[in-house]
Design a protein around this ligand. Structure first.
Ligand code: NAG
Ligand code: NAG
Ligand code: NAG
Ligand code: NAG
Length: 414
C-alpha cells in the first residue's frame, strides 16, 4: 500500500476514535490562521468534549473572549492603581480617559460573551470593534499631548491586550462566516435599509417620532427652556434629574430654541433618550474645548453620547474653538443604533466624531476644515450636506474630509 494512503488511514481512524478532540484542535488551528496573531491564538487551549462542530466553534470563541476579558480587567486594575503623581495635568486627563475607555472595553467584551444567540455574533462584531477604538483613543490622548513617553510606563503596553482584542475580533468574524448556525437573512436584517431609507434596526415607534417634530414634542417627557417655560433651564440639570431613571423605555427631552453653552455627556447607563429641538440654528448646543487648550480629542466634544439608542432631531451641535486650536469635536457618538435627523454639526478640525458602534445620519449639515468626519463607527450619512470650510484665502480643497481607521462610513450626500 502506498505510504501516504496508509498514513491517511491511520490519521482518519485516530479522528474517528477521538472525534471530539480531533475536531476541536483542527477548528482552533484553522480559526487561528485567520487572526493577526496566530501564535497567541494557538495558545488558547480547550479540551472540553463537545457534540457538534458549531458548538466547538462557539466554545472556542467563548474561550478567546473570556481570556481577553481577563486581560482587560487586569489592565484596568493596573492602570487604576498606577502611580500618576509624576504626570502633569495633561497626562492625568489622558489617564482618566483610559480608565473610562477600559471600563467600556470590559463592558463590550462581557456583553459579547453572554449569549449564544446567532444574531448576537453580528452585534458582537460591532461591540468588539469598539474595544479596538477604545484602545486607540486611550493611546491617542497621550500622543496628542506629546506625552507618548508616558505610554512606556503604562502597564497595558507590557501586556498582550491589544493583540488579544484584535484576535477576538478576527475569531468572531471567522465564526460568523464559517458557522452554519448564522442565518444569512440575519446579516441582511442587520445591514438592510428599508424602502423609506431608514435602517432596519430602527423601531416602528422611533420611526413615528422621527416623522414629524410636532409628534415628538407632543410626546416630550420633559422640557428644557432657557426662558423658564419648561421643567429645566439647562440640559445638564435635566440630565442630572433623570440620571436615576429606571428602565430603558424611549424618553423624549424637548429642548426649546436658544443657545445652550454646555458640555453635555450622555452616559452608557442613559439608554434610549431622544432630544428634539426647534430646528437647525434654533436650538444650539455650543462649546469650545480643544486639544490646544488641554482636552483630549475624545474629551473635547461639546456633546458626547454613549448610551445606546440615542436620537436627536432638529438641533445644532457646535464647537467654536476655531481652526488654530487643532482637534475640537462638536459631537461624539459611541451610541449603538444612534440616529441624527435634521441636525447640524459645526466645527473646524474633527467636527463629527463617529466614534464607534452603528449610527445613522439623515438630512444633516456638517461643517469643518480638516478630518471633520472621522472615527471607527459603522455610519450611514444619508442626504447630508458636507461643507468644507476654507482657511483664509486658501481655496484649494486638498485636505482630507474623512479621517480615521477601520471605520465604515457610507455617505449618500452632496
Ligand atoms: C493541534 O494541532 C497542531 C497542528 O496540527 C499540532 O501541532 C498540535 O500539537 C495539536 N495540539 C494538541 C493539543 O494536540
Ligand atoms: C457581565 O455581565 C453579567 C450579566 O449582565 C454581570 O452580572 C457581570 O457582573 C458582568 N461582568 C463584568 C466583569 O462586567
Ligand atoms: C505637540 O507638538 C507639536 C509639534 O511640535 C505641536 O504643534 C503641538 O502644539 C504640541 N501639542 C501640545 C498639546 O503641546
Ligand atoms: C503575552 O503572551 C505570550 C504568549 O501567550 C506570553 O508568553 C507572554 O507572557 C504574554 N505577556 C504578558 C505580559 O502577558
Amino acid at each position: 500500500m502506498d505510504m501516504h494512503i496508509l498514513l491517511l488511514a491511520i490519521f482518519l481512524s485516530f479522528c474517528v476514535l477521538t472525534t471530539h478532540f480531533c475536531v476541536s484542535n483542527s477548528t482552533s488551528v484553522s480559526l487561528c490562521t485567520q487572526t493577526p496573531y496566530p501564535e497567541l491564538c494557538n495558545s488558547l487551549t480547550f479540551n472540553k468534549p463537545q457534540t457538534s462542530l458549531d458548538e466547538n466553534l462557539f466554545d472556542f470563541r467563548d474561550t478567546a473572549l473570556r481570556v481577553t476579558l481577563a486581560q482587560a480587567e487586569n489592565a484596568h486594575k493596573l492602570i487604576s492603581t498606577m502611580d500618576i503623581a509624576s504626570f502633569n495635568d495633561l497626562g492625568q486627563s489622558a489617564w482618566t480617559d483610559c480608565l473610562e475607555l477600559y471600563e467600556d472595553t470590559i463592558y463590550q467584551l462581557n456583553r459579547s460573551i453572554t449569549s449564544k444567540n446567532p444574531h448576537s455574533m453580528l452585534d458582537s462584531q460591532t461591540w468588539l470593534s469598539a474595544t479596538i477604538a477604545n484602545q486607540q483613543a486611550c493611546q491617542n490622548g497621550f500622543e496628542e499631548f506629546n506625552l507618548s513617553s508616558h505610554l512606556q510606563t503604562f502597564p497595558f503596553m507590557l501586556s498582550n491586550i491589544s493583540k488579544f482584542l484584535s484576535n477576538s475580533l478576527a475569531i468572531n468574524k471567522a465564526m460568523i462566516s464559517s458557522s452554519s448556525v448564522i442565518d444569512i437573512t440575519n446579516i441582511h436584517h442587520n445591514r438592510h435599509l428599508l424602502s423609506d431609507g431608514s435602517p432596519a434596526w430602527l423601531s416602528t415607534g422611533d420611526r413615528k417620532l422621527l416623522q414629524s417634530s410636532s409628534v415628538a414634542t407632543a410626546k416630550a417627557d420633559i422640557v428644557v427652556a432657557q426662558d423658564g417655560s419648561g421643567n429645566y433651564k439647562t440640559i445638564s440639570e435635566a440630565l442630572a434629574a433623570i440620571s436615576k431613571r429606571k428602565g430603558t423605555k424611549r424618553f423624549v427631552i424637548y429642548v426649546k430654541k436658544g443657545v445652550y453653552k454646555e458640555n453635555v455627556e450622555i452616559k452608557k447607563s442613559m439608554k434610549n433618550l431622544m432630544f428634539i429641538g426647534d430646528g437647525i440654528d434654533a436650538t444650539i448646543i455650543t462649546g469650545n474645548k480643544n486639544v490646544q487648550d488641554g482636552s483630549t480629542t475624545f474629551r473635547s466634544a461639546t456633546f458626547a453620547v454613549s448610551g445606546e439608542g440615542f436620537i436627536a432631531r432638529g438641533m445644532t451641535f457646535e464647537n467654536t474653538a476655531g481652526p488654530q486650536k487643532h482637534q475640537a469635536v462638536a459631537l461624539r457618538s459611541g451610541s449603538d443604533f444612534s440616529v441624527f435627523y435634521g441636525c447640524s454639526f459645526k466645527g473646524y478640525q474633527d467636527t463629527l466624531y463617529v466614534y464607534s458602534q452603528r449610527q445613522f445620519y439623515r438630512d444633516c449639515d456638517i461643517y469643518g476644515t480638516l478630518d471633520f468626519i472621522f472615527g471607527d463607527a459603522v455610519a450611514i450619512l444619508q442626504n447630508c450636506n458636507i461643507f468644507h470650510r476654507t482657511l483664509g484665502q486658501s481655496k484649494i480643497h486638498s485636505r482630507p474630509i474623512l479621517g480615521g481607521h477601520g471605520g465604515n462610513i457610507r455617505g449618500l450626500c452632496s
